[in-house]
Design a protein around this ligand. Sequence first.
Ligand SMILES: O=C(O)CCC(=O)C(=O)O
Length: 267
Amino acid sequence: MRASLIQIAVDEGEPVNSRRARVSSLVREVAARERPDLVVLPELWTTGAFAYEAFAAEAEPLEGPTYEAMAKAASDAGVWLHAGSIPERDPKGPLYNTSLVFSPTGEPAAAYRKIHRFGFDKGEAVLMGAGSELVTVRTPGATLGLATCYDLRFPELFRGLVDAGAEMFVVPAGWPARRREHWTLLARARAVEDQVYVLACGTGGTHAGVDQAGHSVVVDPWGEVLAEAGDGEEVLTVDLDPARVAATREQFPALKDRVLGSPAPRR
Ligand SMILES: O=C(O)CCC(=O)C(=O)O
């Protein structure tokens, strides 16, 4: 199984419509050039994760312009597409930070509303509602477990995804440069403790005065970093062997020694 993470530079000088068109083309180009099975985009790449004032202005219904563009990009490219997240406007509720996944025919495969909102008493934490459901996606290559950015700090969410059968965590983010060390450390920690692949796709650029960390990273079930991006726009393509998840759990069966919470994970 091959995955390509597209680390997008999210700078506010680029209008949302232009970025949407540019990212759609990038998905097609990367798929044609690198031949991945799965393409991953970052969190809130239309607005930027820190452009709080843009959330309401640019919020879309679930099946809005980004959904349409990404469904088409997935089917044109013939890939599973984790299209990162959008500010979703629920007609009957608040805004949500919602990740979208499409199959290679452009069918919707999953929508995940970010559970842990970032900002403490401001920003996303007050402007958006919290999701409440764990989401996994079965693909022919592996079962994906979905999480978004700040979720990375909450290991119990990932244990829940493991119990639901996840073999690969896909984590779009808009992580700030100031806490870059946390980003890489937490991505590796989630891989080691849950014995899964972690595909963590962040943004580059600067928006709302916040420099983005970039440094998208792919970690294997042993915690080794397979690929890591720099600060700017970049594509990371990595070959993954989903059988290594079961093999790692067999060789080092720490998950079987769980005392608290659920017993050993389903596969
Ligand atoms: O946890 C962090 O340090 C960053 C989280 C974040 O930027 C987000 O969830 O948007």
